[in-house]
Design a protein around this ligand. Structure first.
Ligand SMILES: [Zn+2]
Length: 223
């Protein structure tokens, strides 16, 4: 390691001290200490598409963990400092947890896009960081440009289930032909599947043949 590299490492440690995201305990393990990591609750890691309210255009759906207080805190922290590192690390943990069978057959992975106005307000898309981590760990190419959101949709939280779907339908456009591609779409939490389904629809209309939804978490009780 040369001098510049070690100086860079020292700087990184100052900016990102190794403390656990959830309990702030000094952690050598990474963004979560062992105790908090062990409080993550893995799902059965089976295809959970039958539990998704809007499965149209999606061929398989996977969530790594049940949404609990630890996941809530992690996702909350992604909105603040070090968000890129948190997103990428969670993506790597997710990919490690899945093993190879979920991502092996994919040609590329992408993330649920934000509308550029919303992205400008927020400054980032956390799903993109998670996707980057999954790509780094699995070697499946990342393509965040493959799909864009072209309608500025109102906040989903104020809408009921049917309104959410209507709001989302046709909100996405693809940038190029995707003939024969198998694509993984990444998001932080899988709830009704409405956004995922609308995204999958746009990809399939442009030629994608297989869509896998991959998220960090899903609620135990369906919405
Ligand atoms: Zn902890």
């Amino acid at each position: 390691m040369n001098y510049l590299q070690s100086a860079y490492d020292i700087l990184l440690k100052l900016v990102f001290p190794n403390s656990c995201l959830c309990c702030q305990k000094i952690s050598e393990e990474g963004i979560l200490c062992e105790d908090c990591f062990n409080r993550l609750e893995p799902t059965a890691k089976k295809n959970c598409l039958q539990d998704v309210h809007f499965p149209q255009f999606i061929d398989a759906a996977y969530a790594v963990w049940w949404f609990n207080d630890i996941l809530q805190e992690v996702i909350h922290q992604m909105k603040y400092a070090n968000r890129a590192r948190i997103g990428i690390e969670m993506g790597k943990l997710a990919a490690a947890s899945f093993g190879n069978n979920v991502c092996n057959s994919l040609d590329c992975i992408t993330a649920i896009p934000l509308h550029k106005k919303k992205k400008r307000e927020r400054g980032y898309n956390q799903a993109g960081w998670i996707a980057k981590g999954i790509s780094k760990r699995t070697g499946v190419p990342l393509d965040l440009q493959v799909i864009k959101r072209h309608v500025y949709t109102v906040s989903q939280t104020t809408l009921d289930r049917e309104e959410r779907l209507q709001n989302m339908e046709n909100a996405f456009v693809t940038s190029r032909p995707l003939n024969g591609l198998k694509i993984g779409i990444i998001d932080d939490v899988l709830t009704t599947g409405a956004t995922m389904s609308a995204c999958a629809k746009a990809l399939k209309e442009n030629g994608a043949v297989h869509i896998t939804a991959i998220t960090l978490a899903t609620p135990k009780t369906k919405i």
